[in-house]
Design a binder for this molecule. Structure first.
Ligand SMILES: [Zn+2]
Length: 151
């Protein structure tokens, strides 16, 4: 089962991308990202406030949309066997690592935990998840298009 959702963040106009030098980080030890506590706390707050609107993983290539002052698309690579993350990118103008990357990885931890617990969802190395808020806004948008006739 494979599905894609047509939803993406705008690209940053000047093409500037905040990226990581190279080393892989264990997903269960985000301290190794080297985020200072202010950045980590803001990222954690984003995650707690469900600002990670979308997250997908396709054969190790991850993508998340984090709603900050505007939507930011965070990219990363996840090695399922090693449980390590590498190649983190974010188009925001903050320095690496940024709060969007922290939020995306906390959300990834959370989703993978659910997947491991339930043994569902993860078909052929692919999953996509949207936050409850985004799901409901899609549902409401769809309802707007429906015609309701009052008798
Ligand atoms: Zn960022």
């Amino acid at each position: 089962m494979k599905f894609k959702i047509g939803f993406s963040a705008e690209a940053e106009e000047d093409g500037y991308v905040t990226g990581q030098g190279g080393g892989a980080i264990p997903l269960d030890d985000l301290g190794q990202l080297g985020a200072n506590s202010a950045v980590y706390d803001r990222g954690k707050a984003y995650y707690m406030e469900n600002k990670v609107a979308y997250l997908s993983l396709d054969a190790g290539q991850g993508r998340a949309i984090v709603l900050g002052s505007r939507p930011y698309e965070v990219e990363f690579h996840y090695d399922e066997e090693a449980e390590e993350v590498s190649g983190l990118l974010c188009p925001c103008l903050c320095s690496y690592p940024c709060k969007h990357q922290v939020a995306a990885l906390l959300q990834l931890q959370d989703i993978l935990e659910h997947i491991w617990e339930s043994n569902d969802y993860y078909f052929g190395g692919y999953f996509a998840a949207v936050s409850r808020d985004v799901f409901f806004s899609f549902a409401l948008d769809a309802r707007k298009d429906a015609s309701i006739t009052l008798g």
